[in-house]
Design a protein around this ligand. Structure first.
Ligand code: SF4
Ligand code: SF4
Length: 441
């Protein structure tokens, strides 16, 4: 019996200036559709046959799949394989919850707890015991401000790198830091000795608003110092600038791009935007300044367009399904370690003993907490979403909290993102389009 076909549930069709485009969020195929091929898709949908050559082209790109293909089931299977079969141990280590900054929206309590002494030894033992049968170890240094504990980072990195060498494993490290203490000397040591390859640093717009929210304990602004550090280290390590966007600072964020250009940082780092969300306790108290996602998605598009217009390189930003899992919180081979030596699954929970899944010393002690994360299910609304392979359900913490959690901004601006990619990289130059639907539009 001949195979029957259907249109993929991950197709994202859109129209701009009387031209039709089709993208598939699972395969990443992206084409311009001419009238003939558009009709073929309509025909397929209504059960009619279409020419074999068109069928072959559509199936090769993933726009059309066999009728009995359970696309969601396949995704969930891959997701489970990843979550239970990951050969990498990933540790996010909050070296301390203390911080040299006092940002008003921060959800962490800055207690004087440090990962040191016996807890440092427990961490090393934990790494040793949990890397059996692993191929690699990756660490994200986190806080509070991780660089308040440089000695701990040095000691544990040395131990872990040595252990990985002995076990024939790969080792890699990244850091989430406010950037204030990351001068060239510090970065050089972290990169050369401790294999740091990537840092995420936050700027809250231009100096005007950044200096109101990213403040030292004494209330002083930090923009100039962070910028000067970035200029000192961009040749050593990959830098991603996270720009927190809220109603309060959104206008000022535009001012950041001319500054980065003037300081010679174009193409030297990547910039991305994050909404200051009302999902955290701290933010609930300032929720009038938080942007809901739909609104944020518009700001994001507009900020990217502005960067483009003045020549600041943001990259292609083509949405891509990178495989893997949704988040370490539901990965059986990932933990967040806090300064008290407690183990968590989600970054948002550090410091809250009631929510820990265990401790460095005793391993998993709270299976109720662990299974809450590991049995996380893709939320109902995501099972029919055509960009699910990209967003993957956004954030388990959000969906475990409430069913009607907000979608990722991509849900609202993916067509703008795709079209921007198209205008930067005309499809006529792309293989898939040449193969697929290179007829006159
Ligand atoms: S569950 Fe959400 S908040 Fe927690 S670590 Fe994952 S993405 Fe972050
Ligand atoms: S959170 Fe929203 S955008 Fe993301 S997969 Fe679910 S329904 Fe889609």
């Amino acid at each position: 019996m001949a195979t029957e076909y259907k249109v993929s549930q991950y197709n994202v069709p859109y129209k701009r200036d009387n031209t039709y485009f089709l993208y598939n969020s699972h395969t990443g195929a992206f084409v311009k559709l001419n009238a003939t091929y558009r009709n073929y898709l309509k025909d397929l949908n209504s059960g009619k046959e279409i020419p074999n050559t068109a069928l072959e082209e559509f199936t090769r790109a993933g726009f059309v799949v066999p009728k009995d293909r359970d696309e969601l089931g396949l995704y969930l299977y891959q997701h489970n394989l990843y979550n239970y079969g990951n050969t990498n141990l990933h540790l996010t280590v909050a070296t301390t919850l203390q911080c040299n900054f006092r940002c008003p929206y921060c959800y962490e309590e800055h207690v004087d707890e440090y990962l040191e002494g016996e807890k440092e030894e427990d961490l090393k033992k934990f790494i040793q015991q949990n890397t059996n049968n692993k191929e690699s170890l990756s660490v994200t240094w986190y806080g509070g401000e991780p660089l308040l504990m440089k000695k701990l980072i040095a000691n544990v990195s040395e131990y872990a790198i040595d252990l990985c060498e002995k076990k024939g494993m790969e080792y890699s490290a990244t850091m989430v830091t406010n950037g204030y203490l990351l001068d060239r000397k510090t970065a050089l040591e972290l990169v050369e000795k401790y294999k740091l390859s990537h840092v995420q640093i936050t700027l809250d717009g231009g100096p005007e608003t950044h200096n109101l929210t990213r403040i030292l304990r004494n209330g002083k602004g930090t923009f100039d110092k962070i910028l000067s550090n970035i200029k000192e280290i961009y040749d050593l390590v990959d830098i991603a600038i996270r720009v927190n966007v809220s109603k309060e600072n959104v206008e000022d964020v535009y001012k950041l791009f001319p500054i980065l250009l003037k300081e010679g940082l174009n193409k030297k780092l990547t910039v991305y935007f994050a909404p200051v969300g009302a999902s955290t306790e701290a933010c609930q108290s300032i929720s009038e300044t938080c942007l809901v996602t739909r609104e944020f998605s518009k700001w994001e598009t507009s900020l990217i367009e502005y960067a483009d217009s003045i020549g600041f390189e943001m990259g292609d930003l083509l949405p891509v399904n990178r495989g893997g899992g949704i988040c370490q919180a539901v990965d059986n081979s990932a933990y967040v370690v806090d300064a008290a030596g407690d183990l968590f699954k989600c970054w948002h929970e550090v410091g809250n003993k009631k929510l820990r899944v265990g401790t460095l010393k005793d391993g998993i002690t709270n299976y109720d907490r662990l299974t809450k994360w590991m049995n996380w299910q893709l939320p109902k609304k995501c099972t029919t979403c055509n960009i699910m392979p990209l967003c993957k359900g956004r954030c388990p913490d959000l969906s475990l909290e409430k069913e009607d959690f907000e979608c990722d901004q991509l849900k609202y601006n993916i067509k703008d993102r795709l079209h921007r990619y198209y205008t930067r990289n005309p499809i006529s130059k792309q293989t898939i389009e040449k193969d697929l639907i290179a007829e006159e539009v």
